[in-house]
Design a protein around this ligand. Structure first.
Ligand code: NAP
Length: 458
């Protein structure tokens, strides 16, 4: 894939970038490696000062950064501003809490291990390679980089090829705020050159947010090199609606959760599993609300849904819908790409999905909602868990027994009860099954890339 900004609203190539040469990549790895030597001996307090300064810079530049995101991948300008602000807040969160999260523990009675003192320390490990997707070009990087840098590591960023301006912006953000030069270095390279970087002895660990095939490939290389890996992969999150739910709130949240980021978030609700008692009412209200959304120019404050980020992404989404419709599913609204320039796809609702349809098993990365009818709670849970993914989930109910049943039974990294799946810096984020391994955010995210060292003193 060319490394280029191609505006999804117009389809026009706005700027192309040459890939870094092998010599340039080597120099950039060396910069990150030297920066690690400098950073690991700094105090958490100085890193926190720099992190706060970087957050201030990012926030001061919210308008230009948001315009860059909307231009490169088509998210609405309102949501782009939200992404930038959330990233700055998360940087401040780690600046405030890194000391506490990095504090080791001491054995209360060290004599049980024959020591006078026994304790643990979290130490930085070195240069971490981050392979990141285009859907939240700043947020995805910050949620990895803020904790990684606060722990004293440095980062190499291989960003998605369609968001090179975001990659170059992040390349300088941290050093402009005081971090050593090279604390985060972007590599403008195609995916095919990731392997060489990961096998470099100066790179000690890796993380990838993106699709399952990319994650599997990276993890197999990391495995062969015995390098730690964290994977945040796809999701096909269930959104369960039970008879006791507040239906109007559930519908409004279902719409927001399916269409946020133009439907291209890993934790968008994608499968709506509705109890038969409220199924007809839900489908009618949900269809009407999805049909009423404003699709259009993402720079317009009034737009709800902008274009999909890439032509190929829209093609894949259209194929999933066509396959379902050809096999007998019912499209209650939307269902075909919009004519005209740009990669627009309308909010779409589909019912009558059966197991032979691709949509049953595959992630729909765009504003397409698959609605299922469930006969009871057991049936809803069976459908919800009948997927290779396990990222997040939501359940709508006022019944405490139902709530306990789903909280325990859902195979997912998170369960949101009467709310919409989103990420918070305070809560661990990640998946089970093919949705990934490891956790980001919270204390756990910061500790992923540390050496937990045990100290024993006789
Ligand atoms: P993708 O193709 O996997 O791309 C993600 C990143 O991986 C890009 O930088 C890409 O580079 C690189 N890449 C692709 N193939 C690779 C390989 N074989 N080896 C190394 N790097 C490789 O993902 P996408 O389809 O653009 O993004 C959407 C997917 O990401 C969805 O499945 C979504 O659910 C998932 N996602 C997950 C989370 C989460 O937190 N769990 C968050 C956001 C998105 P190029 O651009 O150069 O190809």
């Amino acid at each position: 894939m060319a490394i280029a900004t191609i505006n999804p609203t117009t389809g026009v190539v706005e700027q192309e970038f040459d890939a870094h040469s092998e010599a340039e990549v080597d120099a950039r790895i060396e910069q990150a490696h030297s920066a690690f030597r400098a950073l690991k001996s700094t105090t958490i307090a100085s890193r926190a000062d720099w992190m706060r300064a970087a957050a201030d810079l990012l926030e001061a530049e919210v308008e230009s950064a948001a315009r860059m995101l909307t231009t490169e991948m088509g998210k609405t300008i309102v949501q782009a501003r939200g992404e930038v602000r959330k990233s700055a807040n998360t940087m401040r969160f780690y600046a405030a809490h890194a000391e506490e999260f990095l504090t080791g523990r001491s054995l209360e009675d060290p004599s049980v291990v024959g020591a006078s003192v026994a304790y643990t320390r979290h130490e930085p490990i070195g240069v971490v390679l981050a392979v990141m997707p285009w859907n939240y070009p700043i947020w995805q990087v910050i949620r990895f980089a803020a904790p990684a840098l606060m722990a004293g590591n440095t980062a190499l960023l291989k960003h998605a090829s369609n968001v090179p301006q975001a990659a170059l912006y992040l390349d300088t953000l941290f050093e402009r705020a005081g971090f050593p030069e090279g604390a985060l270095r972007s590599l403008l390279i195609p995916a095919s050159r990731v392997e060489g970087v990961l096998r470099d002895r100066r790179v000690v660990a890796t993380t990838l947010t993106g699709s399952e095939p990319a994650g599997r490939s990276l993890a197999s290389i990391a495995g062969s090199e015995v390098k730690h890996v964290v994977l945040e992969l796809g999701g096909s999150d269930p959104f369960i609606v039970m008879p006791s739910a507040d239906l109007d709130k559930a519908v409004a949240t279902a719409v927001a959760s399916r269409t946020a980021n133009n439907g291209q978030a890993c934790i968008n609700a994608k499968r709506f599993i509705v109890h038969t008692d409220v199924y007809d009412a839900f489908v009618q209200k949900f269809t009407a609300a999805m049909a009423a959304l404003t699709v259009g120019d993402p720079f317009d404050d009034g737009t709800d849904v902008g274009p999909l980020a890439t032509a190929s992404g829209r093609e894949e989404l259209a194929e999933l819908v066509e396959d379902a419709a050809a096999k007998g599913a019912t499209v209650t609204t939307g269902g075909a790409p919009l004519d005209g320039p740009g990669w627009f796809y309308p909010p779409t609702v589909i019912t009558g999905i059966t197991e032979d349809m691709r949509l049953y098993a595959e992630e729909a990365f765009g504003p397409v909602a698959a609605v299922y009818r469930a006969s009871d709670a057991e049936d809803a849970l069976r459908v919800a868990n009948d997927t290779t993914f396990g990222l997040s989930s939501a359940v709508w109910t006022q019944d405490e027994d139902d709530e306990a049943f789903f909280v325990r039974g859902l195979d997912a990294g998170a369960v949101f009860v009467n709310g919409m799946s989103i990420s918070y810096p305070e809560l661990p984020f990640g998946g089970v099954k093919d949705s990934g391994v490891g956790r980001e955010l919270s204390a756990e995210g910061l500790r992923e890339f540390t050496n937990l060292k045990s100290i024993w003193k006789g």
